[in-house]
Design a protein around this ligand. Structure first.
Ligand code: PMP
Length: 391
């Protein structure tokens, strides 16, 4: 039996919900989290005694590893937050003001659409541009929306958490910059599954999760902000070190954006995860893509199943969604779990805009997310169980 098809009590467990969070985490990541709590339990950046200094070093090393993985020349432009949701809120609320106009894709997750809704109430004009039925952003349509009026920012995900479509980020960066706008990217599904190089992609901000493709623990997110880009911070508070008698939030990076005691164990795990990806990322990605193709091809062979996402030979992260003409997604997910121990997600995946784009807002869809640790057996058992349920 494979690692991910482990038994829990008497039940077989096949985890295919990597779009939500990766599982299981590599043992090195778990060890790093435990070791941070055991050996480096003091608060980083807040004392001169040895344990505080070792915690400070640990966070420093993790930041360096994440910067290297993301292609950020200066690690001080990389901030540790609670998740990608916080990163999206920070880049949107920190950079947009009443009177600004933004152009955004129709595939965005609630981590983007909800802050934009709040900003819309506060006087930001939000122009939503429809993607196609595979969830792919239309570059020409985005460009004409940007050209139609002065635009402060173009906002787009790196990859869809519903269809796996990889968006044309470098093209959008050109369009944004040629028109005096910023490009702000929700990279929740990008980091770990794609080569993310913020310098080559030429993004102004890139928010991502520590707990999905990166393979770190939950409760960690990472935001890259281009040097010199003056985003307002979401939180003010203690940052340790420096002139703590000053009433105003310090403007230096990264402390401006990291008020309060950080999630040191989570950051330690994310840092080790980044080092693992630097060492093994391309090999692991190749394997998850192979398994994903096997899954997608199998799904397409089941009668009455419609799969949403780019064609099998197009670039996508290992996520796809499907509906069946026989059973509701919720029912299929329930039966996959109960009959074969297969964990998949049904519903709207926190992305109602995306489901409106795909025409699945009423029913939602069943989402498969393949990731590190999955095996051929996982895919075959899931496909066999699904075919049986839909027979
Ligand atoms: N954006 C996308 C595209 C996502 O898939 C997710 C997670 N489902 C998020 C943002 C939010 O990420 P986090 O859980 O790290 O806050």
């Amino acid at each position: 039996m494979s690692d991910s098809a482990a038994t829990v009590g008497a039940a077989r467990r096949i985890y295919l919900d990597h779009g939500a969070t990766s599982y299981p985490k590599p043992p090195e990541v778990i060890d790093a989290v435990v070791n941070a709590m055991r050996e480096h339990g003091a608060n980083p950046g807040r004392g001169a005694y040895r344990m505080a200094l070792s915690a400070t070093r640990l966070v420093f090393e993790a930041r360096r590893s994440l910067a290297e993985l993301m292609g950020a020349p200066d690690a001080r432009d990389v901030f540790f937050l609670s998740g990608c949701t916080e990163g999206c809120n920070l880049m949107l609320k920190g950079l947009l003001s009443a009177g600004d106009r933004v152009v955004v894709s129709s595939m965005e997750h609630n981590a983007v659409s909800r802050p934009l809704h709040a900003l819309g109430d506060a006087g930001v004009e939000v122009v939503v541009v429809d993607a196609d039925r595979a969830g792919l952003v239309n570059v020409e349509a985005m460009e004409s929306a940007v050209r139609a009026a002065p635009t402060r920012a173009v906002i787009c995900q790196h990859a869809s958490n519903v269809t796996g479509a990889v968006q044309p980020i470098a093209d959008l960066a050109d369009i944004a910059h040629e028109n005096g706008a910023l490009l702000l990217v929700d990279g929740a599904q990008g980091l770990g599954h794609l080569d993310v190089d913020v310098s080559t992609l030429d993004v102004d901000a890139y928010a991502c999760s520590g707990h999905k493709g990166l393979l770190g623990p939950q409760g960690v997110g990472i935001l890259y902000l281009r040097p010199g880009l003056d985003a307002r911070e979401l939180l003010q508070g203690g940052t340790g070190g420096g002139a703590s008698e000053e009433p105003a939030q310090p403007m230096g990076r990264p402390e401006r954006y990291e008020a309060g005691t950080p999630n040191t164990p989570g950051i330690a795990g994310a840092g080790v995860a980044a080092r693992l990806l630097l060492a093994h990322g391309s090999e692991w990605r190749e394997e998850e893509q192979r398994l994903f193709r096997r899954l997608k091809e199998g799904l397409l062979e089941i009668e009455g199943v419609t799969v949403f996402g780019p064609a099998t030979d197009e670039e996508c992260v290992p996520i796809c969604s499907m509906v069946s003409d026989k059973l509701e997604p919720d029912r299929i997910a329930f039966m996959l779990d109960r009959t074969a121990g297969v964990a998949v997600r049904s519903g709207l995946h926190c992305a109602p805009w995306a489901h409106r784009t795909l025409g699945t807002l009423e029913t939602g869809a069943l989402r498969f997310g393949v990731g590190h640790g999955n095996t051929d057996a996982d895919i075959d058992v899931a496909l066999g169980a699904l075919a049986e349920i839909l027979r």
